[in-house]
Write a protein that binds this ligand. Structure first.
Ligand code: ADP
Ligand code: ZN
Ligand code: MG
Length: 502
């Protein structure tokens, strides 16, 4: 057993995807905009100006809160967090201190078949600071980012490993994207994370002084920095020099190590006090109802449903859930296949018989559909391909899968047909199969003729087979496939060959 346990808690900033900033009407879309072009007296902190709360930011923060199972405070308030820095023209940041928008939640994380729940302490709203740009020994300030809306999310110290922390962040990004509240891209800085970590002797339940790691610009960086800290702190504990004060360290990506920045100031240093220019933030029942009705199906729920409804394996369901538009496409394909299944057997959809038939076939059908989508179709598309440009409708994709499922075509014919459909040349798989003469031969007398032909033309191999060298059958099947121009079913070819060779 390891000597120490790792204790990790995360503080995450999500840049919300609103049209305007948190407390003024300036645009929140700074991409490709000239520095200091998205500013006004309010976000520049001119004396005498008054902030007003952006309702859309509140809505988005509420959606995120619901997704994290947080308890929403009907009444919360804004506070001023005071500090001096060139990127903060007012000399304080408007944030929420002792009465946040939401608190006491949790998020269930699932990875490699394991499930665990992470406590979420709080979610609060605040404004971002401007951006300092260091260039040629000078520091410039771009105020476009100043005053843009952030949701800060603080977790409980519930993570037991760097990998868990990384997995959590990946889920957070997915959720934020499902909700449409943030792009949550760490590389672009619209999701930022400070990682807090301490060790304790194994079995101990106390908390010890932590290190807060800053400057983490990717999921990988979070994991690597935490792993580095685990090792550094373990060594300190081994030497009897366990950390006695909380400190802040910066991650140096190049060196792959954390560097001491400062021992942390307590909150008293920020002299938080209530923001006198903003009334309390009241979340009405009406707003809550509205936000609730805008909530989409969340990733974990979607994954569970895919497993339940289609009999997909969990890991396959996740592949789809991670690409929501493909998940929708998959559902379109499956709904067609389901209807077809009932039609073939002449069963009406809402009967017990239909349910039974579906339960019996769903796993095999969905597995086939999943394979054709992820291995075959994904194999044809490039990284930057957009599903919007796909020329194959869910109906036609389902048609193709039916042909394969019923063994009317074999899989290499299926691949040729898919390519044709993908190019946009033709969208009807049956028509393509006919035009390209790809339909599988299932007429027994034709197949037997081919078998006889193959046996006559390969006397040496036939002899070896009869002498007990069984694997040679694969060679004969190959010859069979060639003879049939690829239109036979290899399993069936083998069966017939074996029968004839007896
Ligand atoms: P601070 O007073 O430094 O703001 P908080 O108690 O508010 O500290 O916690 C900030 C973050 O640090 C939270 O994500 C929390 O889970 C985490 N954290 C708190 N104590 C520890 C600890 N001993 N080890 C690791 N993480 C911790
Ligand atoms: Zn402004
Ligand atoms: Mg704190």
């Amino acid at each position: 057993m390891a000597k120490y346990e790792t204790v990790i808690g995360l503080e995450i900033h999500l840049q919300l995807k609103t049209e305007s900033k948190m407390f003024c009407h300036c645009s929140n879309d700074a991409e490709n905009q000239a520095p200091n072009s998205l500013v006004c007296p309010i976000c520049l902190g001119h004396p005498g100006t008054l902030p007003t709360v952006n309702k859309e930011a509140v809505k988005q923060a509420l959606m995120m809160s619901l997704a994290l199972n947080l308890k929403i405070n009907k009444k919360s308030k804004f506070d001023r967090k005071n500090y001096f820095y060139p990127d903060l023209p007012k000399g304080y940041q408007i944030s929420q201190f002792d009465e946040p928008l939401a608190q006491n939640g949790h998020l269930v994380i699932e990875s490699s078949g394991q499930t665990w729940s992470i406590g979420i302490e709080r979610l609060h709203l605040e404004e971002d600071a401007a951006k300092n740009i260091h260039r040629n020994g000078k520091t410039l300030v771009d105020f476009n980012r100043g005053g843009t809306p952030l949701a800060e999310i603080v977790t409980q110290p519930d993570f037991k490993s760097p990998a868990e922390a990384k997995e959590f962040l990946i889920q957070m990004r997915l959720i934020a994207r499902y909700l449409g509240v943030s792009d949550a891209d760490m590389e672009k800085g619209n999701m930022r994370c400070d990682a807090n970590v301490s060790l304790r002797p194994a079995g101990d339940h106390d908390f010890y002084p932590k290190t807060e790691i800053k400057n983490l610009n990717s999921f990988k960086a979070v994991e690597r920095a935490l792993e580095f800290e685990e090792k550094r702190q373990a060594q300190l504990w081994d030497e009897g020099k366990a950390p006695t004060i909380t400190e802040t360290r910066g991650w140096d990506e190049g060196k792959g190590e954390t560097v001491l920045q400062r021992s942390k100031e307590g909150f008293a240093d920020y002299r938080y006090f209530p923001e006198p220019d903003l009334p309390p933030l009241i979340v009405s029942e009406k707003l809550l109802t509205l936000v609730n009705s805008a909530m989409p199906e969340l990733p974990l729920a979607k994954k569970d449903r895919f497993v339940q409804e289609y009999g997909l394996e969990s890991k396959d369901a996740w592949v789809l859930v991670y690409q929501r538009k493909w998940a929708n496409y998959f559902e379109g394909v499956m709904s067609d296949l389901r209807a077809w299944l009932f039609k073939v057997d002449g069963i009406s959809p809402d009967t017990d018989q239909a349910t039974e038939l579906w339960e019996k076939n769903k796993a095999k059908l969905s597995k086939t559909a999943f394979a054709w989508l992820t291995s075959e179709l994904f194999g044809l598309i490039g990284n930057d391909f957009k599903i919007e440009d796909l020329k194959i409708s869910a109906e036609n994709m389902a048609e193709l899968i039916k042909l394969v499922y019923q063994k009317k075509i074999n899989s290499s014919a299926g691949q040729q047909i898919l390519k044709e459909m993908f190019s946009g040349a033709d969208d009807d798989p049956s028509r393509i199969a006919e035009r390209m003469d790809l339909a599988q031969i299932d007429d027994d007398s034709t197949l037997e003729d081919i078998a006889v032909q193959v046996i006559m033309s390969n006397p040496k191999q036939v002899e070896e087979y009869k002498a007990g060298k069984e694997p040679i059958i694969k060679f004969l099947v190959g010859q069979f496939m060639k003879e049939s121009k690829g239109k036979a079913n290899p399993q069936k070819a083998e069966e017939i060959l074996k029968k004839k060779l007896k």
